[in-house]
Design a protein around this ligand. Structure first.
Ligand SMILES: Cc1cc2nc3c(=O)[nH]c(=O)nc-3n(C[C@H](O)[C@H](O)[C@H](O)COP(=O)(O)O)c2cc1C
Length: 359
């Protein structure tokens, strides 16, 4: 058990007091204008107090034009600052490393809310999204940087760039979705340019004492595992980054691509050389044994999503009980309310199959 509870010193100098990161979890609990809601505050601070060494916000909007969810926390305006500060102060006070996940939905933006077609690397008939102009691409990169600066000014200790799950940065990475023929499309280098310019912009604006992570998903959403592995290899050597957070959905499964089968997805990424950049991953880590196995497979920290929803203090439970296992689902609405979820989040979890008991 010692490894899970050994502190992790990040490149920025910030310390995770243990190897547990709260996964970024959309919870729909802020106000329609992106100002922090009390339920979002309670949900997150309970996790920081429950022993997570790193507490990450939900996907937090960096631009009104890229809103993805109702009640999504925002970091795109000065009006968000007071709420971000309240949140950062409480997470920091609990001794957890405080991080905002920076997000733009791209073609998955809520068009009816923002009042125009979603913006995307290239026109997309399926979603009705239109290609961003070069100016819009540059403006969006700057919006990521501005949101990071705003979060830092509010007291957050770091940011994670959401480049996974088919949202904007992932859409730029994808050879299927990104059909641009300017500097941001075509070759792998061009498709990765947006991500690296965001990294450079945040690193320059926020300085070396601000932690910076990247989240990738290596399969689906038009992303190919060979390109993901090459990108991860570059990121794991990037002296501006603190960690790479791989969203695998099941850390122990094998890749979908038959050419890469024979070892787990996790092992593919854990075998890449790292220099000063830590590696974490999320996906079906549901008990203490899984946490240990994931570190044994080469991770520096584990990322808990649904287990953290079900147990506000999962790390403390694991410290107390080496046999700890996640409660059996479905659970009742009352159970989730006791774990600090408000009504909007419980309703959202009811849309995840088999999670909440029908009432
Ligand atoms: C309700 C819910 C909301 C999520 N929201 C986000 C999000 O805002 N950003 C993100 O990168 N991933 C998000 N994810 C993915 C999780 O961070 C995590 O990678 C995934 O749930 C797998 O981990 P788990 O098996 O421990 O739940 C979400 C997942 C769930 C279940």
């Amino acid at each position: 058990m010692t490894d899970l509870f050994r502190p992790l010193v990040l490149r920025s100098g910030h310390v995770m007091p243990n190897r547990f990161m709260l996964a970024p979890l959309t919870n729909l609990q802020s106000q329609p204008d992106g100002v922090l809601g009390d339920d979002e505050f309670r949900w997150l601070t309970m996790r920081a107090e429950g022993g997570f060494g790193l507490t990450m916000t939900c996907a937090t909007s960096i631009q009104y034009a890229g809103l993805g969810f109702p009640g999504q926390l925002g970091a795109y305006s000065e009006q968000h600052k007071a709420g971000l500060k309240r949140l950062a102060v409480a997470i920091n006070q609990a001794g957890s490393h405080s991080v905002v996940q920076l997000h733009h939905s791209g073609m998955r933006t809520m068009a009816d809310v923002v009042g125009h077609a979603p913006l995307c690397p290239s026109d997309n008939a399926e979603t009705g999204a239109r290609a961003m102009t070069l100016e819009e691409v540059e403006g969006t990169i700057q919006a990521f940087v501005d949101a990071a600066v705003r979060s830092q000014e509010a007291g957050f200790q770091g940011a994670e760039i959401h480049a996974a799950h088919g949202y904007l940065v992932c859409q730029f990475l994808s050879p299927e979705i990104n059909q641009r023929n300017d500097a941001y499309g075509g070759s792998v280098e061009n498709r990765e340019r947006m991500l690296f310019e965001i990294i450079e912009g945040i690193s320059h604006a926020c300085g070396p004492g601000f932690s910076l992570g990247v989240r990738l998903s290596p399969e689906r959403f038009g992303v190919q595992i060979d390109e993901s592995l090459d990108l991860a290899a570059r990121l794991l050597q990037d002296s501006r980054l603190d960690y790479l957070d791989m969203s695998l959905w099941d850390v122990f499964k094998e890749p979908q691509d038959p050419a890469y089968q024979g070892k787990s997805l996790l092992t593919h990424f854990a075998e890449l050389p790292r220099s000063g950049v830590a590696l974490g991953a999320a996906g079906k880590i549901v008990n203490a044994q899984d946490c240990r196995a994931a570190l044994d497979a080469g991770l520096d920290f584990v990322v808990l999503g649904r287990t953290a929803i079900l147990h506000s203090n999962a790390p403390q439970r694991i410290a107390a009980d080496p046999q700890f296992a996640q409660v059996t689902i479905p659970v009742t609405r009352d159970y989730l309310a006791e774990q600090g979820l408000g009504e909007a989040f419980i309703n959202y979890m009811s849309t995840w199959k088999g999670f909440v008991e029908a009432s």
